[in-house]
Structure formats: C-alpha cells, structure tokens
Write a protein that binds this ligand. Structure first.
Ligand code: SF4
Ligand code: SF4
Ligand code: SF4
Length: 464
C-alpha cells in the first residue's frame, strides 16, 4: 500500500484527512461494516413499511398509527436536510434502498449500460417535485401511512429492478429523487471526498477505483477521483477508499459551499430544481397559513367549480394541483431566465441562466430547512412522548409556533444573504469581462429579492 510520504512526494496538496482519525479508515475498509449498517436500516425500513400498511389511510381522522409518517417525514427527512451541510451525502453510505440494488446484483444482473439519452437528472427532478407537489392533494404522503409505505416499496422495487437490468448504481445516479437533492445540497457541505494527489492518479496505470479490485468495487456511480471537482454524484460508498492501493483518497473538511463557486460542471436539470425547490416549499409553508390557503382555495374554486366529491371531481382537483405546481416552478425558472436575458443581453442566455442559478442553492436549502423545522420538532416530540409512555410517564410537548416562525424567518434571511454572496462570487468567476460582473449580480439580485419578499410575506402570516 502506498504510504502518506509517497503521496506527498507526488506534489499533492496536503489537506487534513478525516480518514486518518484513529480507527476510522480501518472501520471504513472493513468488509462487514457497510453491509451491517445497510442491513440495520433495511430492517428498520421493513418495520416502517409494516406499520405504514397496518395503519388507517388518513391521520386527520382517528385510528391511525403515525409511526411510518412520523419516522419518514418528521424524523428521517428533516434530519437529512439539517445534517447535509455537515456530512454531505453520508446518508447514501447507510441507505438500505440503494443497497437492495447491490444485493440484487450479487445474485443476478443483466449488467446493461444505462441508456445514453437518459443520462441526466430530469426523471429524478420530476419525481422529486411530483412527490412534494402531489403531497397536498394527490397522495398526502405526510398524513397517509399506507401511501408512505407504498412510496417506499415503489422506490425499493425500482432500485431492485434497475439493479437487475443495469450495471452499477444506475438508480442512485439517475433516478433517486432524494439522492438528487442530497447531491445538489452537498455542494454546500463542509466535507469533500477527493483524491489526495492528481499526479499519483496520472502515474497510476491500473486505475483500481475505476475497474474495481478484490478489496473494493469500481465506483458505482462512474466517478473518477482524479477529475472529481464537486460532491454531487459521489454517494460516499467508500469503495474507492478500499480499492485504491495508493491510499490516494482523502475525506477532508472544507469551506461550506466551495463547489457552487469553483465547479465548472453545471447543468440545466439541477438549475431548474433549485428554483423548483424554492417555490414548492414556499408554497407548502403558505398552505400552513390560513390567509394564503384561502386565496389558493378560492382561486381553485373559481377556476374549477366543484360541488360534490365524486371521483371525477377529485381527479380534476388533483390534476389542477399538479398543474399549479408545474406552472409555478416553470414560472420561477422563467423569471430567472428573463432576468438573465435582460441583464446580460447578447450573451448565451441559457448558459448564463444555468451558471447563475447555482447561486440560489443557499436560498433553496434555507427554504427547505424552514419547511422542515416544524416537522423535525414534531418528530422529536413524538419520540420523546413515545419513550415517556414506555416508562409510564407523560412527556407531552407541543411546538411553539412563534419560535418556529422566527426560526423560519432567520433561515430565509440567511439563505438570502448567502445567495447574494454566492451570486457575487459566481458572477465574478464566470464574467468574461469586468463589465459582466454587475449585470450578473443584477440578474441574481432581482430574482433573489422577489423570492425573499414572497417568502417574508408568507412567513409573517400566522400559522394555522
Ligand atoms: S441515491 Fe438514493 S437510493 Fe441511492 S443511496 Fe442515496 S438515497 Fe439511497
Ligand atoms: S486507484 Fe484511482 S484514486 Fe487511486 S491512485 Fe489510482 S487512479 Fe488515483
Ligand atoms: S467509489 Fe468513491 S468516488 Fe465513487 S461514489 Fe464511492 S466514495 Fe464516491
């Protein structure tokens, strides 16, 4: 195995390596550790699915067991959102759904290449926006335990089927909506997995991280550590740590947000998602406020006269909800596009729109966190109450809505400020000339102010 000294002589930038901490590297390289973690969470997944299927469909009415919905929407999902800035995509290391694809492949797989024309994130973007857009009216996942269980079964089955047909982790790379969002937000995270020395990689004829060895598999998402410049696709499976005989992989702390400023890899699907997350989660928070909700309900009633709850009425109401979400996401991305075009006329508007949209990742994360603040507290209080009742105590807590409201506004302000700062750095970096800097900032600043004002208006309405 290559020593640290060998790597140092090859001109690396010696960054602090978390893998050197005590027994961490040995633990990661242990062949039983990851499967054991995956198996533990797989059992938990089965328990959640079991409770979900055994419960009443709608928790607004009496009789349901909230275990599945609370564990998924009030504990797991908010915890992912709140920890991403520190640990990036570490959840993917433990994730049982991705692991089922691996387990399938260890028994059978056609190992086909994933079709070239679908090698983008549009399916994942549509799935993510659909799950949260359809949440209010169509499936009500957060209040409907059986639907939550069906959703988990759907993605588990998809990971298994894709593992049986396609090579590696095609599901994780192109389809998983949670992986997609973790990927975009991991650009902000305070850790990065990279090679220690590009020269060591160049000089290494046997690219073990690409072809795989007995010690570790080939990178399951097709990343190449030598050229990695952002966190998005790396599912932190640590296979390259095991396979690289040069010991040339590091896991290092860094300045949060480095990828959105430095990375050259920017794509339309991710740019659209960033705007989609902002408007969808502002809308969801709006629906938790009576005045906003009444405006939407009156609008729907005026455009779609519904007097009875027949199947057809429900169908149209649900389709209308999805259309509204589609329109607001397109409208938000369209606003940024027009702002870019107006400010930077004569430039390649599409390319500039993509580049500048990455400045909105901090605002997108802050809105995502704001929506999850209430859920996380609700989930933690549920756990406390359940532990209390196990010991025969009554530990009842209820969220203080004023405090939550203040936290949400603080998050929104922080996201707004960091978006302006990121916008300045991205504009500076991508400007062809000094003259481009100001228009780029104007394009970002205008849209950021629009989002901020709408967010502030919504968040200062009283919560239901
Ligand atoms: S990409 Fe999705 S399925 Fe794959 S490991 Fe991550 S969360 Fe799990
Ligand atoms: S195995 Fe991969 S990461 Fe390790 S030195 Fe070779 S090319 Fe670089
Ligand atoms: S093999 Fe390495 S680069 Fe590839 S996904 Fe796993 S940890 Fe990331």
């Amino acid at each position: 195995m290559g020593s640290k000294n060998e790597v140092a002589t090859n001109g690396n930038n010696e960054k602090y390596d978390l893998l050197d901490v005590y027994f961490f590297r040995n633990l990661i390289k242990n062949r039983f550790f990851k499967p054991a973690v995956n198996f533990f969470f797989f059992i938990f997944l089965l328990v959640v699915i079991y409770f979900g299927l055994s419960s009443e469909p709608d928790l607004r009415f009496h009789g349901g067991i909230p275990f599945a919905t609370t564990m998924i929407w009030d504990v797991w999902h908010p915890l992912l959102a709140f920890t991403i800035i520190i640990v990036g995509r570490l959840w993917c290391f433990a994730c049982p759904i991705g692991a089922t694809g691996d387990w399938t492949q260890s028994v059978f797989s056609l190992n086909k290449k994933y079709p070239e024309k679908y090698r983008n994130l549009w399916i994942a973007v549509i799935l993510f926006l659909f799950i949260f857009a359809a949440e209010r009216h169509l499936f009500m996942f957060t209040r409907n335990p059986p639907n939550t269980a069906y959703l988990l079964l759907f993605f588990t089955a998809l990971a298994i089927i894709m593992g049986a047909i396609y090579e590696k982790r095609s599901f994780c790379r192109y389809i998983c909506p949670i992986g997609l969002v973790l990927g975009v937000f991991s650009m902000l995270s305070a850790v990065e997995l990279r090679c220690k020395s590009r020269k060591t990689c160049q000089d290494h004829d046997l690219k073990e991280c690409v072809i795989g060895t007995e010690a570790g598999k080939a990178c399951p998402v097709g990343e190449f550590p030598q050229t990695m410049e952002r966190n998005n696709q790396c599912i932190m499976c640590m296979e390259c740590v095991k396979s690289c005989s040069k010991g040339n992989i590091r896991l290092s702390p860094r300045l949060p947000g480095a990828d959105i400023i430095k990375s050259n890899k920017k794509h339309l699907d991710e740019a659209y998602l960033v705007h989609g997350i902002i408007v969808i989660f502002l809308f969801v928070m709006g629906m938790e406020r009576l005045q906003f909700r009444n405006i939407i309900i009156n609008f729907v009633k005026s455009t779609l006269p519904i007097n009875s709850i027949t199947f057809l009425d429900l169908y149209w109401r649900n389709m209308w909800a999805v259309i509204i979400f589609l329109l607001i996401t397109l409208g938000a991305a369209g606003l940024m596009y027009l702002s870019t075009r107006a400010a930077l006329s004569g430039k390649n508007t599409k390319q500039k729109f993509i580049e500048l949209s990455y400045a909105f990742i901090p605002l997108s994360l802050s809105v995502y966190l704001a929506e999850n603040t209430f859920r996380l507290l609700k989930g933690l209080f549920y756990i406390a109450a359940s532990i209390g009742s196990f010991f025969g105590k009554i530990w009842e807590f209820s969220p203080d809505f004023d405090t939550i409201n203040h936290l949400q506004i603080i998050l929104l302000i922080a996201g707004f400020v960091f978006t302006l700062w990121a916008g300045y750095l991205i504009s500076k970096r991508t400007s062809d000339t000094e003259n481009d800097l100001q228009p780029g900032m104007v394009a970002i600043g205008f849209v950021a102010v629009v989002y901020f004002m709408i967010g502030l208006k919504i968040l200062t309405l009283p919560i239901i």
